[in-house]
Ligand binder design. Structure first.
Ligand code: ARG
Length: 598
């Protein structure tokens, strides 16, 4: 469906044209003085110079033409676009849309399964690299943003009609693996994994549980910082693993299995789902050939034993260091892995675009990787590589979010604290079945966390304020859900008492708050388009917030269920139904759901 604002602009543009002016002057926007009008065109002022006429004269001509159009439409039994048009000094054209026209647009929107959003004419294949958890390290809030934002971007691009593949790209190949192996060895030197002469089958069962594993890594990491020989051992273990030593490989496989099972559970609790569970290690097989190619084609050269590719450009205002492909000891780095991963992705999925949702502090890394990938022709010229860098999630003190005791906040703990808070609120509000309240608290808690994050522009740091985010009032997830539950309850009551009305259509608005709600709904397709183009879930947040406010205002001013005119009532029910569908789609794109009651 066409965008509502485009339809309005087209109507004004054709009036400009009919009066002998260029149509482009008819571009119309939403009014910034809603007390005066709904839409506003400032084209007459812009046309002044070209036509050497006072803007008010131009505006008056156009307004006259628009009025004539309205008259003709009425005579022909058609719906005029506007109710009122007015030229105002020095040359504004103020417009109010006709209620019938508005209702007609919403009827069409309600009949459209995509709620007026047009699918991409040329669907792209997009890979989204997000999540980025590191195996065997507990998920902490730092990984939360990538998961939340990436999941939403994935859903938005999919809804816009693209083929989207989400890849978690687990970190499973660095020193952390060597550290864990080393610590396991210190604790259990007799395990067969460390016996180089062992030729039998290794045990099926992992020699640790997830909670042991989560304790092993920090212990090993701390030891390596104090004890140089321990660190040496860990480096050696890492090298052995990467060389493919059998026992180390088997142990690493156990680490992966235990850790991934736990990650799946955690991401599941966040409503975050990946299509691919690929890992850094999956890119390793591509590295030798890649390095060889870069050398052979003359892109890479040796510098103090290391293999590097220059990626600086003349226009750089800050230093962009060269990409190190292989260290002097032949080891691969984070950059190497990311380049090899691109090869893997191109080969297996031939994407038009890869979007990386990663902490913005890694921006330089991605600048290097993208430039190197282009220079060495790992990607087609028209393939897009996008970095969506996000800011830090801070506590109220403005420092990175911590537990009350000052430790690193684990994701599981954060979620359970929020759920507890929500549970208490729900039980305080009204008497509820404790089990249902638990389920509801989980849904509402997730909305608090996700909306709290997504309502900010991703690149900005933000303060994770539990009290604010869990509030049922203001610009929060729970407020949106509360609004939706309110609509659900009206619809349920209506349906319980009225058999008819299911197929009722949206009517011409009877009052101001109703019209405001309807005008808000017309923005949906353009909001989705912007959110997709700019990779900006926060645009959806501000839209559903405005829509919820408009709905609540209408609700407070209207006696819907006790209204005596059944047709009017049915029309309102149709309007509420559409509003609910739009809100449902909105939160679905953000990655959370609404309960039936709360
Ligand atoms: N594992 C990395 C980290 O924790 C994030 C991975 C981001 N994705 C990528 N392709 N480099 O910092």
């Amino acid at each position: 469906m066409k965008k509502f604002l485009d339809l309005i602009s087209a109507e004004v543009a054709s009036a400009f044209e009919a009066c002998g002016y260029e149509a482009s002057y008819g571009k119309t926007g939403i009014s910034n003085r809603p007390d005066l009008c709904e839409y506003q065109c400032n084209g007459a002022m812009a046309a002044k110079k070209k036509y050497q006429k006072a803007p008010i004269v131009i505006a008056n001509e156009v307004v006259e033409k628009l009025m004539a159009n309205m008259e003709t439409a009425r005579e022909q039994g058609m719906t005029p676009v506007f109710d009122s048009v007015e030229a105002v000094n020095p040359g504004f054209i103020n417009l109010k849309v006709s209620g019938d026209y508005l209702a007609g647009y919403l009827k069409e929107m309600a009949a459209d399964e995509n709620l007026s959003v047009e699918k991409a004419a040329q669907p792209k294949t997009i890979i989204i690299d997000y999540g980025g958890a590191n195996v065997a390290k507990p998920l902490h809030v730092g990984h939360l943003r990538s998961a939340i934002i990436g999941e939403s971007i994935k859903r938005i691009c999919r809804f816009a009609g693209h083929q989207v593949i989400g890849d978690v790209h687990l970190g499973d190949w660095g020193l952390q693996m060597g550290l864990i192996i080393t610590e396991v060895r210190h604790r259990n030197p007799d395990l067969p994994y460390f016996d180089e002469s062992f030729e039998g089958e290794y045990p099926q069962e992992a020699p640790f549980t997830i909670s042991e594993l989560e304790e092993i890594y920090p212990t090993a990491s701390a030891k390596s910082k104090e004890d140089e020989s321990y660190r040496e051992e860990a480096l050696e273990a890492t090298a052995k693993l990467q060389e493919g030593v059998r026992g180390y490989h088997a142990l690493w496989q156990h680490i992966l299995n235990v850790s991934i099972a736990d990650l799946k559970k955690n991401y599941g609790n966040l409503n975050v789902e990946f299509d691919l569970w690929k890992k850094e290690s999956d890119a390793q097989p591509y590295i030798p050939d890649m390095a060889e190619m870069m050398k052979k084609e003359g892109y890479a050269y040796e510098d103090q034993g290391a293999l590097i590719v220059d990626v600086k450009e003349e226009s750089d205002t800050k230093e962009v260091p060269p990409c190190i492909i292989l260290k002097s000891d032949g080891a691969a780095l984070y950059t190497t892995t990311d380049l090899a991963t691109i090869i893997d992705r191109v080969k297996n999925y031939d994407p038009d675009e890869i979007i990386y949702v990663v902490d913005k502090r890694q921006e330089m890394h991605f600048t290097q990787v993208f430039r190197c990938a282009r220079k060495t022709k790992l990607v087609k010229e028209d393939m897009d590589l996008k970095f969506l860098g996000f800011g830090t999630m801070n506590g109220k003190d403005g420092k990175p979010f911590k537990t009350r005791e000052g430790g690193v906040m684990r994701l599981e703990r954060l979620i359970s604290e929020i759920n507890e808070e929500m549970y208490n609120k729900i039980m305080e509000n009204h008497e509820a079945d404790p089990e249902e309240a638990r389920r509801t608290a989980k849904l509402v808690g997730l909305s608090a966390i996700k909306y709290g994050d997504l309502s900010n522009q991703a690149s900005k740091d933000y303060v994770f304020d539990v009290d604010k985010f869990t509030s049922f009032e203001g610009n929060t997830g729970p407020y949106i859900l509360y609004t939706m539950v309110r609509i659900k309850s009206i619809l349920a009551k209506y349906r319980a008492n009225t058999a008819a009305g299911e197929n009722a259509e949206i009517l011409t608005p009877a009052g101001e708050s109703e019209k405001a709600l309807m005008l808000e709904l017309t923005k949906f397709n353009s909001v989705i388009e912007q959110a997709e183009e700019e990779l900006a879930p926060h645009k959806i947040c501000s839209f559903i917030y405005d829509l919820s406010n408009a709905l609540n205002r209408f609700y407070h001013e209207t006696k819907i269920l006790s209204h005596e005119d059944a047709a009017q009532q049915a029309g309102w029910i149709a309007l509420l139904t559409l509003t609910l569908r739009v809100l449902e789609t909105g939160i679905e794109l953000l990655g959370f759901e609404a309960p039936e009651r709360m």
